[in-house]
Structure formats: structure tokens, C-alpha cells
Design a protein around this ligand. Sequence first.
Ligand code: PLP
Length: 363
Amino acid sequence: MSDLKRVHNFNPGPGVLPLEVLQEAQAELLNFKGTGMSVMEISHRSKEFEAVIQTAEADLRELLGIPSNYKVMFLQGGATLQFAMLPMNLRAAGASADYVVTGSWSKIALKESKKLGTARAAANTEADGFNCLPKSLDLDPKAAYLHFTSNETIHGVEYFSEPTPPDGVPLVCDTSSDFISRPIDVSKYALLYAGAQKNAGPSGVTVVIARDDMLARTPENLPVMLDYKTLAESGSLHNTPPSFAIYMVGLVFKWAKKVGGLAAVEKINREKAGIVYNAIDESGGFYRGHTVPEARSLMNIPFRLPSEELEDTFAREAKKNDLIGLKGHRSVGGMRASVYNAMTIEGAKELAKFMKEFQKKNG
Ligand SMILES: *Cc1c(COP(=O)(O)O)cnc(C)c1O
């Protein structure tokens, strides 16, 4: 049964998907809902696809408790395009936007924003090696919005409660790598966006959730594919959407509901991350976590070993044990275990066991 051999996939993104979701997609790949065609082959304006996108949206609304005065969009261009679309739509000419910089992704978001207008860092933890959350924010009370990254995928720094913007300043979040990993209060946000391929599906679709008053900010004459208002009003069907990717995120949303919703998903995520952090903490300093304990991500766990040579050996031997994707990002070095929603508790236990055995042999 070599085709059923699945490894423990710790890739940072595209990342692991639930086996049941892949099997469901496989089962209906050739004949979607009796059409005699794959979901990839049907019109995005057919009633079958209409059901796909509407169900995906309804399930996401239920999972996150999205209030009715928010629109949900399924867009293309990745989270990276959102770095530009966001200021193009929400920041009026001459206005400035605030960014909390806690890692590589928020740093890039700020850089992209500056290409298009005025933006400033309300905090920047780079001097600490992006290993913590800022102790305080220097907030502009007139900012067009305050942007933060709820989970820094490379540095493993996660916000568990949102920063508070000044009165009237909309809060915007890049939630690409902790999207649907735990319940959040959407009503605290003006806009959220997430590339799907970290925690919610394949690459190719980016989910944007925007409060109605944010859509009213879209200026006239933006190119249509950059225009939130038009894209939202068309139900993400202004042009051909990434239909297969939308179908896949829809299956993942259904799966998360079946697990018991986001509170149940969070409980499992806490257990998994706890297993890996314990292996780090109980190693007597052989493994060193990158992030200060109070900001430790439940999704991405970067850690170092005593030498780069040992880190290379670790990655190689882990792979032989079917523990895949553990090499850290080159900017941090070392290892990184990404334990997204679809990583199993068994996978986390296998990694912890391997870490203990590796230390015994090499410590
Ligand atoms: C991966 C990632 C991005 C970039 O996503 P793309 O979809 O590849 O553009 C942005 N922000 C965060 C937090 C990410 O993890």
C-alpha cells in the first residue's frame, strides 16, 4: 500500500492537510456531484459551483462567528498581494497607516505599504531578534488603520489577544498562518486576511474578511482586481475565481466543524504544541526555543541545537524517520516544526520522541 504511506508533514507552507479532506477530494475528483466532470472542469457560474462557494462562506461564517456586516472574499495573489491591496483600498491619499512589526512578514507588509504611501512602525522588535511581542505601541491616533500579524510564521511569535488601536482606528490583521486555528472575536477587526496554504487549504486562494464600512473606502478607478468593493459585491465572482482552491478550503472548513469547531481545534493545537515545547524545555538546554515563552506560537515552533552541524544531522535523520519539513527558515536558522491544524497529535508525539532519542545519541 505504498500509495497510502503518509509522512508526518511539518512543512511551513504549503502545509499538511487533513487526510479525510484529501480522501474526500480524491473520491469526487472525477465526477463532482454527478456532473460527470471534476470540480476543476465546471463553470464557476454553474449551480454546482455556486453551492461550493456559498457553502464555503457559510461554514467559515459559522466557524469564526463572522457578523453579518462583514463580507467574505476568496481572492488570488496570496497574502503578499494583500500587503499592497490593503493600503490601496483603506488608506486615503495623504493618510498614514501604522504597522506592528514582529517578524519577517510584518516587516515586508510595512515595506510594501511604504511603496504606495505613508506608513510607520508602531513598534518593531527586530532588535530583539523578533522573538517577542512589543511591550508598548507608539500609536498614531489618526492612522488609516493599525496592521498586525497575529502569527509570525518564520519567527514563531503569536498574538493571543489583539493589540488595541486608538478609538476609531480600524484594526487589520494578517492571519495567514493561524487562520481558523482558534476562536477569535471578528468584531474587534475591520479586516482580516489569510493566504490559505498555511492552515486552511492549498495555495491559490486568499481569504479576506472585511467590515462593510471598510469597503466604502475603496477609491474610484482602482484596477478591478485590486478593488475590494467590486470583488466583494460580485461575491468573488467578478472574474474566474480559483475554483479548485475554494473547493478545498470549503472541505477544510467542513472538517473543522466536524472536529467540533474552533474551540475544539484550539484544544488539540494546544496539546500538540505543548508536546513539542515540552521536548524543548525538558532537554536541559540541548534544544533552545527561539521565542520567549509568553509569545510562543501554537503553529510554528522554531528551535536551535548546539551546532549547525547537529542541526543538519537532525534534519537528515528526522527525514529518515518520516518527520518532514523541519529545517528552519534561513533567516532564523535551526529547525522549525509547523504544527498546523491538520498535524496529528500522534505526529507531535513522534517528533518529541525523535527529539529525545536524538539528544540521547548526540547530547
Ligand atoms: C506565508 C505568509 C505570507 C505570504 O503568503 P503568500 O500567500 O505566499 O503571499 C504572508 N504573511 C504570513 C504571516 C505568512 O505566513
